[in-house]
Write a protein that binds this ligand. Structure first.
Ligand code: NAD
Ligand code: UDP
Length: 315
């Protein structure tokens, strides 16, 4: 059934791909964004579509009326890259908590289903590997990542509180590292940094010894999981979404060099405080309940990502 959807953070990297998918599925979409890390450019191709509307709005402020009731609310607004979310930690905490609260309030008044974009960062620097949804995490509540990690944890608590005490239908997606076209080239996350550095022939900056791991999910696979989770008829509690293929950061750097054909050097920089050592999602729950199965391998997903950045840098 076609729904009227609200996507907060809709001009961001993941948000813009989600808008594309929702429109392709026949829904109407209102995207709101304050352009803190997102850009109008990411959704410029949707401008001619009468089922799409972009509204500039900061989610720390209660939502405006936006032309009527929503059936589905996707709450994605929040800077997601460490250098971005650390720029103004108070803003990050306010966005995470107040943004979720305003989405949930609207969900309650509209009778809408609300999906909240949470993160693998709720597991912190995990002592359990791979991470499943039953693990409570290992987070430094006063470290440099706390504004994001604890903000997202508080937002999860808010989601289940609105579910249990106010009857809002919530869905919580714990998203693991996702990459693809439309990442901001100055965003600071590892895939965009390495690809841009390789294409410019600049040194590839590996933080620490490069043996820390991440599991990288291509954006179309992630969006597919988000849509499946929103569509699922029953509440499931938090659900991990990501690709379990696990790589060291050095392996990622070498794959980027191979695919770009770049002669960039690998250089080492200091490892940021509290940088998680290992990360891999256990996606059993998403697989069994949602039929979720990421299909794009890292080497396959880097191809369109590199092509997109190459085109952008040449422009
Ligand atoms: P992004 O930075 O590209 O997108 C975030 C969007 O939110 C941007 O368009 C930004 O301008 C907007 N925004 C930030 N603060 C806002 C505010 N106060 N009001 C309105 N808009 C605001 O990041 P992304 O990778 O697309 O992440 C989207 C969501 O997914 C975030 O909530 C993030 O925490 C979550 N997530 C992403 C990843 C990933 O690897 N991409 C992993 C885990 C969780
Ligand atoms: N990283 C790196 N070089 C960079 C950017 C990041 O080695 O230029 C490392 C970072 O220290 C971390 C991993 O890559 O171990 C993933 O970092 P990112 O900021 O992409 O995401 P997160 O740490 O939030 O998973």
């Amino acid at each position: 059934m076609a729904e009227r959807c609200l996507v907060t953070g809709g001009a961001g990297f993941v948000g813009s791909h989600l808008c594309d998918r929702l429109l392709a599925d026949g829904h109407e979409v209102v995207a709101i964004d304050d352009f803190f890390t997102g850009a109008r450019d990411n959704v410029a191709h949707l401008e001619g579509d009468r089922r799409f509307r972009l509204v500039e709005h900061d989610v720390t402020v209660p939502l405006p009326e936006l032309g009527g009731r929503f059936g589905r609310i996707f709450n994605l607004a929040c800077p997601a890259s460490p250098p971005q979310y650390q720029k103004d930690p108070v803003f990050t905490l306010r966005t995470s908590f107040l943004g979720a609260m305003h989405a949930l309030e609207r969900g309650q008044s509209d009778g809408a289903r609300v999906l909240h974009a949470s993160t693998s960062e709720v597991y912190g620097d995990p002592q359990v590997h791979p991470q499943n949804e039953g693990y409570w995490g290992y987070v430094n509540p006063v470290g440099p990542r706390a504004c994001y990690d604890e903000g997202k944890r508080a937002a999860e608590a808010l989601c289940v509180s609105y579910r249990d005490s106010r009857g809002v239908e919530v869905r919580i997606a714990r998203i693991f590292n996702t990459y693809g076209p439309r990442m901001n080239e100055a965003d600071g996350r590892v895939v965009s940094n390495f690809v841009v550095q390789a294409l410019r022939g600049e040194p590839i900056t590996i933080y620490g010894n490069g043996e820390q791991t991440r599991s990288f999910c291509y954006v179309s696979d992630l969006v597919d999981g988000v849509v499946r989770l929103m569509d699922h008829p029953e509440p499931l509690g938090p659900v991990n979404l990501g690709n379990p293929g696990e790589f060291t950061i050095e392996e990622l750097a070498r794959e980027v060099l191979r695919q770009t054909g770049s002669a960039s050097d690998l250089v080492h920089r200091e490892l940021p405080q509290d940088d998680p050592q290992r990360r891999r999602p256990d996606i059993t729950l998403a697989h069994e309940k949602l039929g979720y199965e990421p299909r794009v391998t890292l080497s396959e997903g880097l191809e369109p990502t590199i092509a997109w950045f190459r085109e952008r840098l040449e422009r």
